[in-house]
Design a binder for this molecule. Structure first.
Ligand code: CP
Ligand code: NVA
Length: 319
C-alpha cells in the first residue's frame, strides 16, 4: 500500500518520532551510501511560487540518489489542460513520487487518490505539513518541544497555523494564536485539535497577552499566496500583529523567533528581529532539506516503512 504525506493528522506520534530519528541520522554527516531514491524519479508540481520547498526537494532527491522533474502549472495545466486524475495516473507510470504545491487543498487530495505512487503535500491553501514537521524538528533539536513549551503565533490563522494545530494532536505543547477577528484557523481543524486534548490551545486577540512568557514567537505573511485580491483588507487587519523588539521583550529571555519565510520586513516582522540573535529562521529553512529527505525515504525508501529502520541502515553502513 502506498503512503502519502498530505496531512500530519494521518501520521502517528511514533511515526513522526521515526521521521525525526531518521532526520537526525541524515543530518549528522553526509550519508553518500544511503541512496533510497537511486534509479527513481520524482515529479514536482508547483501551481504557486517557491524557493525553499522547490530547492530543498530538488536537492534532497539528488542527495538520496534520485532525479526530479519540475512541472509548473504553465507546463501541465492541472485541472485546465488536463484533469487531476489523468495527470496523477500518467505521472504514476513514469515516476516514483509526486511532490505537489497546489492552490486548492482538494487538488492535492485528488492527486493522492488517483496516483499509485506516494504524493507529498508541498503546501496548499489549507495545510503546510512539510514546514511544520521541519519546524518541530528544529525546536526538538534545541530541546524546545515539550508540554510546557509555549509556541505563540502572531498573525493569520492560515495554512501554517492549521498544520501547527494538526501537530498539536500528535505532540504535546502549548499553542497560542493571536489573530484579528475573522482570521481564525480552519474551524474543523481547530475543533479536532481541541478535542484531541493533548496540547493546550488558545486563540487570543491581543498579541502582547499571547507573547507573554512565550518560548517561541512565530509569524508568517499577512497575505498568503492566492489571497492577493484581499491584500488591502489584510494589511489593515494585521497592522498590530507584528513581531518586533517591543513584543519580544514580553516573551521569555531566551525565546526564539521563527518564520517560515518568505518574510516581509516591516509588516509581520521587523528587520532587527528577523535578523537578530534570537531568530532561528535559517535553521528552520535548512531543516526543510533534512526532514523532507527523511519523509521521502520513509515513504518510498524500499517500499516498506520498516526498510528505513535507521538502526539497520547504520549496521549495514558500518559492517
Ligand atoms: N517556507 C516555504 O515553504 O517557502 P517557499 O514558499 O519558498 O517554498
Ligand atoms: N502562508 C504562506 C506560507 C508560505 C510558505 C502562503 O501560503 O503563502
Amino acid at each position: 500500500m502506498k503512503r502519502d504525506f498530505i496531512s500530519l493528522s494521518t501520521f502517528s506520534q511514533e511515526e513522526i518520532e521515526e521521521i525525526f530519528s531518521l532526520t537526525c541520522w541524515l543530518k549528522e554527516k553526509p550519508r553518500q551510501e544511503f541512496r533510497p531514491l537511486a534509479n527513481k524519479t520524482a515529479a514536482l508540481i508547483f501551481e504557486k511560487p517557491s524557493l525553499r520547498t522547490h530547492v530543498s526537494f530538488g536537492v534532497g532527491i539528488a542527495q538520496l540518489g534520485g532525479q526530479s522533474l519540475f512541472l509548473s502549472q504553465q507546463h501541465i495545466g492541472l485541472s485546465t489542460r488536463e484533469s487531476v486524475r489523468d495527470v496523477a495516473e500518467v505521472l504514476s507510470r513514469y515516476n516514483n513520487l509526486i511532490v505537489a504545491r497546489t492552490m486548492e487543498h482538494a487538488t492535492v487530495e485528488d492527486l493522492a487518490t488517483h496516483a499509485t505512487i506516494p504524493v507529498i503535500n508541498a503546501l496548499t491553501d489549507v495545510l503546510h505539513p512539510c514546514q511544520i514537521i521541519a519546524d518541530a524538528y528544529t525546536l526538538r533539536e534545541r530541546g524546545l518541544l515539550s508540554e510546557e513549551t509555549k509556541i505563540t503565533f502572531i498573525g493569520d490563522g492560515n495554512n501554517v497555523v492549521n498544520s501547527w494545530l494538526e501537530l498539536a494532536e500528535k505532540i504535546p505543547f502549548h499553542f497560542v494564536l493571536a489573530c484579528p477577528e475573522g482570521y481564525e484557523p480552519d474551524a474543523q481543524i481547530l475543533d479536532h485539535a481541541r478535542k484531541a486534548n493533548l496540547s493546550r490551545i488558545e486563540i487570543l486577540r491581543d498579541p502582547f497577552e499571547a507573547a507573554t512568557d512565550a518560548d517561541v514567537l512565530y509569524t508568517d505573511v499577512w497575505v498568503s499566496m492566492g489571497q492577493e485580491n484581499d491584500e488591502a483588507a489584510r494589511q489593515k487587519a494585521f497592522q498590530s500583529y507584528q513581531i518586533n523588539s517591543e513584543l519580544l521583550r514580553v516573551a521569555r529571555p531566551n525565546c526564539v523567533v521563527m518564520h517560515c519565510l518568505p518574510a516581509h520586513r516591516g509588516q509581520e516582522i521587523t528587520a532587527d528581529v528577523l535578523e537578530g540573535s534570537q531568530s532561528i529562521v535559517l535553521e528552520e529553512a535548512e531543516n526543510r532539506l533534512h526532514v523532507q529527505k527523511a519523509i521521502m525515504a520513509y515513504l518510498i525508501g524500499n517500499g516498506e516503512k520498516s526498510s528505513v529502520d535507521i538502526q539497520t541502515h547504520s549496521e549495514i553502513l558500518t559492517a
